[in-house]
Ligand binder design. Sequence first.
Ligand code: FAD
Length: 424
Amino acid sequence: MRVIVVGAGIGGLTLALSLHAVGIEAVVCEAAPEVQPLGVGINILPHAVRELTELGLDGELAARGIPTGSLMYANRFGQEIWREPRGKAAGYNWPQYSIHRGTLQAILLEAVRARLGPDSVRLDHEATEVDSRADGATVRFKSRTTGEALEPLSGDVAVAADGIHSPLRAQFYPDEGAPIWNRRVLWRGVTLADPYLGGRTMVMAGYQDVKFVCYPIDPAVEAGGKALINWIAELRFPDETEWRREDWNRMGALEDFLPRFEAWRFPWLDVPAIIRGASVVYEYPLVDRDPVDRWTFGRTTLLGDAAHPMYPIGSNGASQAILDARTLAYELATAPDADTGLARYEEARRPATGKLVLLNRGNGPEQVMQLAEERAPNGFAHVHEVLSREELEEVAANYKRIAGFDREALNNRASLTPPMQASA
Ligand SMILES: Cc1cc2nc3c(=O)[nH]c(=O)nc-3n(C[C@H](O)[C@H](O)[C@H](O)COP(=O)(O)OP(=O)(O)OC[C@H]3O[C@@H](n4cnc5c(N)ncnc54)[C@H](O)[C@@H]3O)c2cc1C
């Protein structure tokens, strides 16, 4: 079997590695003429780290990412609402990693080239259209550099892993239009600063209208006693507001958001100083799309953000793309034919990710911050004055169940490495 993978993002590259591991040929086509380390930090949750570990990438992740030890929710005065251990500290068999998106993409790309051969990733190949038939698919491309048409590629299956603006998804859903903006904008940057709260803590502070998230991402700077802190400042705007088009790499301006965080000087973190310390700030309107009721059209299917773009709440964007990739390879390898494999993949992943898209619209696990703000807008002496332990635990546990990283379920579930490969 031969699979044409469109997009060399986190999902497309993980898919290529997973297909190769089960003996299926894969070619990855990427629109960008060069893969640059774009973006800032992301988190890979234990359920996705498990998959990357089974692909033999655990050593690279441990060397180039920070194993997140705990997650803390705080109000806008820096008062603690909820803190929980993360990764191995929480009893998972696998860690959670905070890592630069570009570093993760580079780890995957290096592995694809080393295992599948240098010709397995075709850069400057922008997919323009797919001809999806009952027995295979042909993808047409043009060069982003010259605009010229390139030779089409055919396979038994084509996979659109071409991100939130997926042109292949648009071919199947021509009336869908642009992603939906929910009136929130994120500003993101990285800042070299002193470590805070033990150096392994992910923090979320504020509530749904004004929020600050940060976590350290680079183990290389730790040796010098510093931390490279990835941060996200988020604001919600009135309903009638219009915003510039979403793009992961648009430059942001401090005056658009810093004033709202000027008073956020916590005993353990000086938020305005962290924001000012970044050399570049990116701006990104928070967007997603409605879940769709079909991913597979003939021999073409959708994966990752092309299939289920969701708000980056609960650290799930990259992790869900990794799970899609591993599931698709598993199903194609174990099903009697490609059509059954595609159907099983969609059945396993579409309803689950659709629920997550909707759950993230309702703040996901960050709902505890919203409740704390509504019940105690001027702060509290102790969080249990406003939120009971049971309430806090229920919000956290419910999200983990739906997102697929309930500890017992994950530690005990069967591997997505097919049995013939595991015993080989
Ligand atoms: C430049 C960039 C920066 C990002 N930064 C962050 C971040 O800082 N934090 C965060 O949480 N998430 C970030 N994301 C999103 C995050 O990577 C995804 O939510 C998640 O990893 C899902 O991965 P994916 O493979 O589905 O999509 P993506 O990682 O978005 O990858 C899609 C790939 O498809 C390529 N592509 C698009 N159109 C075509 C086409 N027509 N033909 C061929 N290839 C095409 C894109 O160039 C890209 O490489 C970023 C995405 C991008 C593209």
